[in-house]
Design a protein around this ligand. Structure first.
Ligand code: SIN
Length: 574
């Protein structure tokens, strides 16, 4: 039953999530910059988050923010080219152009807001190089504690400007009235079901790493926004592209401690079980993770090595990473560090135009939950904080300008062109027709809390086995059977608490990831299929989930193709 007692008065804008994208939008909307000429009044903005305001995946981001901020050898054209190359043919080049052109101003704004980035002795920003970047262009803070610094600056600004901050609240579902989003139904901090109403709702709920048993993402990354969009029939795309970070510490801690790509940028080496190097350490992440998975399979091992012993001043340069290594008895100046790939970043998400508008009126999305088209099949290192800043700000400007509905730009362009082919449900999920009794959830525990924990664990294990770095039709079907059986067992009633709600969301998101990964019969970017090891020209197109099921967008507009590539020609289809 909905309880109206504790809901805030209707808001102009409700922001769901408190990472860099959500707070960049909230701060701009609540206290517009004087340069916009709109005065300082701002809108009545609420931020709803299921944990504390400062607890988001942004806080964990190590590497930094990629932006062209200095150095004659760099240019936005080069940043664009690197991003397109990492995205393996599925980026929207207009979206990437927007990202690289507007990024530097957003970083400067953050500095003006109080964020402190590492500098060289002369005062210039200390730029690092990471995988897939052709030059050093990554700004960082505290060595590899950039996200924490970005989050600190934004949290302070949000607390000073938002009309309502709803911490420990859990959004259950989007309120859709008259074809528009009117806010959300949520569980309040006291566990009451409440409607939080708003003219405009912003999904900035972050990622989905908790779909997998091995991840760098915090426990909160449970695909909540993605799942709410899927349940409301709001189009979602590219969800098969879960990026695995190659250098997560192989250690029982969860989330896995990350050994930032910046270490390889400074010269750390990857070594196999025999101590041999086997891949270019600065190749894009998908390439490195795949090479590692192959080496681990051939050598029958569960981890490989990161050799950072030659790095000068490791502890002074990377104090956060050094502290976590010393805490478990590893000395990076002497020891090789055990590593294995871990689920890190969902490149796809809720389909938006270049202003963050989704296909549902009144609903916007930015950051990891969104699919703007900037990442394509594989995100370039340190482009994620940047994306949150750039598209969080664009969305805020569009709301303030009174924009309505999506326009045909970015990843939304091909969707609005309407040229899509529905995929036969039996092809997207062949397991759904098979008896699911082979994979029933574990025994029902007496204690409902431990039951939810066990079931979440079971889902995460089947996903890492069936839909990890390398997948096949067979492995995806195995995971699909388990996930469907879990879904059938937990039902569709209103979750009683956050843990149950997160489990429902993980099941919803897992189903869509498994269906997309089954339909995409090729290897591209972060999606590697052992039964389809090559990229196919036919598959230079997006897979979308709509209220009607799974569909393939037929053909990408010219701007979505890597410069210099030829037309899309069909070789093998769904
Ligand atoms: C890293 O520091 O390696 C992670 C940063 C990112 O995900 O881009």
């Amino acid at each position: 039953m909905v309880d109206s007692g504790v809901a805030p008065a209707p808001l102009d804008v409700l922001v769901l999530g408190s990472g860099v994208a959500g707070l960049s939008a909230a701060v701009r909307l609540a206290a517009p910059l004087s340069s916009t000429g709109r005065g300082a009044a701002g809108l009545r903005v609420g931020v709803l988050t299921k944990a504390e305001l400062s607890q988001s995946a942004t806080r964990w981001a190590q590497g930094g923010v990629a932006a062209v901020l200095g150095g004659d050898e760099d240019s936005t054209d080069l940043h664009l080219a690197d991003t397109l190359a990492a995205g393996a043919g599925l980026c929207d080049s207009d979206a990437v152009r927007t990202l690289v052109d507007e990024g530097p101003s957003r970083v400067r704004e953050l500095i003006a807001m109080g964020a402190v980035f590492d500098r060289r002795p002369g005062g210039a920003l200390d730029l690092a190089r990471e995988g897939g970047h052709s030059t050093a262009r990554v700004v960082h803070a505290g060595g590899a504690a950039t996200g924490a610094e970005v989050e600190r600056a934004l949290v302070d600004a949000t607390r000073a400007s938002a009309a309502a901050v709803l911490e420990e609240w859990f959004a259950l579902d989007l309120l859709v009235e008259g074809g528009r989003c009117a806010g959300v139904r949520a569980l309040s901090a006291e566990g009451r079901v409440v409607e939080v109403r708003a003219e405009e709702t912003v999904l900035a709920t972050g990622g989905a790493g908790q779909l997998f048993a091995v991840t760098t993402n915090p426990a909160e990354a449970t695909a909540d926004g993605l799942a709410m969009a899927l349940r409301a029939g709001v189009p979602v795309a590219d969800v098969e592209f879960m990026q695995f970070h190659p250098t997560a510490l192989h250690h029982p801690a969860m989330p896995r401690p990350l050994l930032s790509e910046a270490l390889r940028g400074h010269g750390a080496l990857l070594r196999d079980a025999h101590g041999e190097r086997f891949v270019d350490e600065l190749a894009p992440r998908d390439v490195v993770s795949r090479a590692m998975a192959e080496r681990m399979r051939l050598q029958g091992v569960e981890s490989l090595w990161l050799d950072a012993t030659a790095l000068a001043s490791f502890d002074a340069r990377f104090p956060t990473i050094a502290a976590s290594l010393h805490a478990i008895g590893l000395d990076p100046s002497r020891d090789w560090l055990p590593i294995a790939p871990a689920a890190h970043y969902l490149s796809g998400g809720v389909l938006t135009d270049l202003s963050g508008a989704t296909a549902l009126g009144g609903l916007w999305a930015a950051g990891e939950v969104a699919c703007t088209g900037v990442h394509g099949a594989n995100r370039l290192a340190s482009n994620s904080l940047l994306e949150g800043m750039v598209f969080g700000a664009r969305l805020a400007e569009s709301i303030m300008a009174g924009s309505k509905g999506p326009v045909p730009t970015g990843a939304m362009r091909a969707f609005l062109a309407g040229d899509r082919e529905r995929v036969d449900p039996a092809m997207a999920a062949p397991w759904a027709t098979a008896a699911t009794s082979r994979a029933t959830p574990g025994p029902v525990a007496q204690d409902p809390v431990s039951d939810v924990i066990k079931t979440r664990d079971e889902l995460q294990r089947c996903m890492i086995e069936g839909a990890g770095v390398v997948r096949s039709a067979e492995s995806l079907a195995g995971a699909g059977e388990v996930v469907d059986a879990i879904g059938a067992a937990i039902g569709t009633g209103t979750p009683a608490d956050r843990a149950q709600g997160e489990l429902v969301n993980l099941v919803t998101a897992a189903r869509s990831l498994l269906r997309s990964a089954t339909v995409r019969c090729e290897t591209r970017g972060a999606h590697a299929r052992s039964d389809h090891p090559e990229a196919s020209d036919f598959w230079r197109r997006r897979i979308v989930h709509t209220g009607d099921g799974v569909a393939v967008l037929r053909g990408l507009p010219v701007s979505e193709q890597t410069p210099g590539s030829g037309p899309v020609t069909g070789t093998s289809g769904p």
